[in-house]
Design a protein around this ligand. Structure first.
Ligand SMILES: [Zn+2]
Length: 68
């Protein structure tokens, strides 16, 4: 899936599900599926975080996801 097909413009401030920093309102972000707790939720994250996550899907990052 191409990144520019799944980016959205933030209507308010969000928290990035990847790095925990603010996604400021008006900026572009990715709403991506984040598995956890038996349900798959779609959570906002920075486009940079999303591409970095997709590029390196390590065990450490999976462990981080479980803590969200
Ligand atoms: Zn982020």
């Amino acid at each position: 899936m191409r990144l520019d097909e799944i980016t959205h413009t933030a209507r308010s401030n969000y928290l990035c599900a990847c790095c925990g920093m603010t996604v400021p309102g008006g900026s572009r972000y990715v709403r991506a599926q984040v598995p956890g707790g038996g349900l798959v939720a779609k959570k906002p994250m920075h486009t940079a975080c999303y591409t970095r996550r997709a590029a390196s899907n390590t065990n450490m990052e999976k462990a981080h996801e479980r803590n969200i």
